[in-house]
Design a protein. Structure first.
Lengths: 155, 359
């Protein structure tokens, strides 16, 4: 009998909590609809395509090759990123660079996003700090697989 | 005779339109209310020419999506029954709405028209019977699907609905003893009086325990989440495992129709139906003296509005309940039905009888 009352009490308390959330949030929504500024927002939703959350500076997004002053990628085609990559998604074809100080540039630098797991090991491994993952580009979806093979040496 | 037939036809069309429109927008209410309860926004993307209106077009988008889906029936199913099951389910709930009084009598062109499709003398029994017949939709769908999970779901549904039918019926016995009639129109008329001179004589004040049992058993009857044994989305997929497209949509729609029927019945039986507190045919008469005179049409509009408001409130409450409580286990549902609700309803009948006899 007493346990039954406790159950009923808890049921009512639960409904009161959800109802409170409903009415508080509805008040905020209604006030904001009429252009009245409120402290609360009524919802934690971020309306994604229109509103973006600020990404953390450490967020690992789409890769990029840092350019040299003359516009060429600063990559020296040392293949360290290709070696360290756990998903084997980086393909680099080396070519000779006219500048004798540099020796090599990538003729082709392709990241296959079908395979990439965004671990960031390539960024860690690069001896000349050429590859970085700080473009803040997170919309990587494409209608076909070919669109996911990104050439990084051609801007 | 011909005019009477036309009047009944118009009333049927109006009542069905009201119910179906309400059910359509109840899907929207359910989405938005659950979202607001959980600090979300809810579906707001469906737009017509860039006009979003808080996602009010979402029900139409859903309907169009379901219409254009493939009308699929598995090869191992029993075709005819597979087709009939959603129709059974839908029909028996939709037909229950004819007994609900939407308002009092209106005088139009020298005729007095009740705002109720038919004033059945045994309307309470009729509605209970139609809600029970809804089981056939579940049973037939489970059987016709030739799918084990669907069959388990439908058997569970049958067990649950039959158990709660007992509590539902018993909870109304006390009410029928207090308002000595089975006609919904008469019951609403009885609730127009005053209790202790100031309280409206609504069923809920005379039968609080009866209302509690009725509401819980009614929630179980709608087979929505705290009592969703037939569906059991998280364990078995339930009696509509093999359904898709518009046939599945019809089952979903039936759930919302049941919510509306329960809301309308709770309003009519326990919350005075279309009665507004202290409003008589001539206008308001307040118990603390004074009053406001109103034209007959204003009284009718107020009463229909009050009925709608109460129904909306109960729909809101049911959605709140559905999104607040976790679901019961099968044995817990049976315990609640047979060991709690049925004895409570019986005690209610006993106490009501003793009080009526002592008076």
């Amino acid at each position: 009998m007493i346990k039954g009352w406790q159950v009923v009490k808890e049921l009512v308390r639960g409904a009161a909590i959800t109802a409170r959330h409903f009415f508080v949030n509805m008040t905020f929504h209604t006030l904001r609809l009429f252009g009245i500024k409120t402290k609360g927002r009524g919802a934690v939703t971020v309306q994604y395509p229109e509103v973006r959350k600020k990404l953390s500076p450490r967020h690992r997004s789409l890769h990029r090759l840092r350019p040299r002053p003359d516009g060429q990628p600063s990559c020296v085609a040392c293949m360290l990123c290709v070696t360290v990559c756990p998903s084997e998604c980086i393909t680099v074809e080396a070519a000779e660079d006219p500048d004798p100080e540099v020796q090599k540039v990538p003729a082709r630098f392709v990241v296959d996003l079908n395979r990439c797991c965004f671990c960031g090991f390539c960024v860690e491994a690069c001896p000349v700090d050429a590859i970085r993952m700080d473009t803040a580009e997170i919309r990587l979806a494409t209608p076909d697989r070919a669109g996911l093979e990104v050439r990084l040496d051609k801007p | 005779m011909f005019v009477d037939a036309v009047i009944v036809l118009v009333k049927v069309v109006l009542a069905l339109t009201w119910t179906l429109l309400l059910a359509l927008f109840l899907t929207w209410v359910e989405r938005k209310e659950s979202a607001v309860m959980q600090d979300r926004i809810g579906a707001n993307r469906a737009s017509v020419f860039g006009l979003r209106l808080f996602g009010l077009f979402q029900p139409f988008a859903d309907a169009i999506k379901m219409l254009f889906k493939e009308d699929f029936a598995p090869t191992f199913s029993q075709r005819a029954l597979h087709w009939l099951a959603p129709a059974f389910s839908f029909f028996f709930v939709a037909v229950a709405i004819v007994a609900v009084p939407f308002g009092d009598t209106v005088r139009l062109f020298g005729r007095s028209i009740r705002l109720q499709v038919v004033d059945l003398t045994a309307a309470v029994l009729f509605v209970l019977a139609m809600l029970s017949l809804g089981i056939y939709g579940i049973l037939v769908s489970g059987w016709a699907s030739s799918n084990r999970f669907a069959l388990i779901g439908s058997l569970r549904g049958a067990a649950q609905l039959i158990s709660y039918e007992v509590a539902l019926g018993l909870s109304l016995v006390g009410l029928v003893m207090v308002f000595p009639s089975l006609s919904l129109a008469r019951i609403v008329d009885y609730q127009g009086g005053l209790l202790f001179g100031f309280l409206p004589k609504w069923g809920v004040f005379l039968q609080p325990l009866g209302f509690a049992v009725f509401y819980v058993a009614g929630m179980a009857e709608t087979k929505r989440v705290p009592f969703d044994m037939p569906e059991g989305e998280s364990e078995i997929i339930g009696f509509y495992t093999e359904y898709g497209g518009l046939k599945f949509g019809l089952f979903m729609f039936t759930d919302f129709l049941e919510v509306i029927v329960l809301a309308a019945m709770a309003t009519t039986l326990f919350f005075g139906g279309w009665q507004v507190p202290w409003l008589n045919a001539g206008g308001f008469v307040f118990p603390w003296g004074g009053g406001i005179d109103l034209a007959p049409w204003a009284v009718t509009v107020l009463r229909v509005f009050a009925f709608n408001l109460k129904v909306f409130f109960f729909c809101w409450l049911q959605v709140l309940t559905r999104w607040t409580y976790p679901r019961f286990r099968y044995d817990q549902i049976m315990d609640l039905g047979w060991k709690v609700l049925v004895p409570l309803a019986a005690v209610n009948v006993l106490v009501t009888g003793l009080i009526l006899a002592a008076r």
